[in-house]
Design a protein around this ligand. Structure first.
Ligand SMILES: CC(C)(COP(=O)(O)OP(=O)(O)OC[C@H]1O[C@@H](n2cnc3c(N)ncnc32)[C@H](O)[C@@H]1OP(=O)(O)O)[C@@H](O)C(=O)NCCC(=O)NCCS
Length: 154
């Protein structure tokens, strides 16, 4: 049965503590990538209701540092489902816990593949976008897929 992007909507929050910072007190990039992958995988699993594996992560650039004590919030939604794969858009917000000021620190597209009980890629439900932003992300997903697969096969 077809699903809406909101069916996969996933939000995860965490506070940045010293263990996950570099020597400048900014967030360690590898930790952020792990949180992005986890949030994206949860969204993909909500869509497919299957175990998923990460097939790829598009270019990740760190636009703003996330600093010690910030509240990190990750939002993820499936943008388009193909045959066995799903593209997930992940946004990362950094919020100052005292002022409440928040900014978009980072965003990326991850691709997950649903697996059946034998570990073989299996079909996922169709996705029907609802909002203008969802329709835009859905339309543009095809081009992003072509470019990542071209890169993957080159
Ligand atoms: C992802 C994986 C399941 C794909 O397996 P495969 O043998 O290439 O299977 P297929 O050729 O049938 O492709 C399955 C789907 O994956 C997609 N895919 C494969 N490689 C991809 C890539 N690099 N980027 C995006 N999608 C990819 C294909 O387009 C296809 O999608 P579709 O069915 O929606 O058209 C396999 O490569 C794998 O298990 N990789 C390791 C995953 C993993 O361990 N992730 C954690 C990293 S530590």
């Amino acid at each position: 049965m077809a699903k809406k992007p909101s069916d996969s909507y996933t939000v995860c929050s965490e506070m940045l503590l010293p263990n996950d910072t570099n020597t400048l007190g900014n967030m360690f990039g590898g930790k952020l990538m792990m949180m992005m992958d986890m949030t994206g995988a949860i969204a993909a699993q909500k869509h497919a209701r299957r175990t998923v594996v990460t097939a790829s992560a598009d270019q990740i650039s760190f636009r703003h540092p996330i600093i010690l004590g910030d509240i990190i919030t990750l939002e993820a939604k499936v943008t388009r489902a193909f045959r066995t794969s799903m593209e997930v858009h992940i946004k990362v917000w950094a919020e100052n816990h005292v002022t409440g000021k928040h900014l978009l620190a980072n965003q990326a597209f991850f691709t997950y593949v649903a697996l059946n009980e034998k570990g073989i890629p299996t079909e996922v439900p169709e996705l029907i976008p609802q909002t203008e932003e969802e329709k835009y992300l859905y339309e543009t997903a095809l081009q992003r897929r072509q470019s990542r697969l071209k890169h993957h096969h080159s």
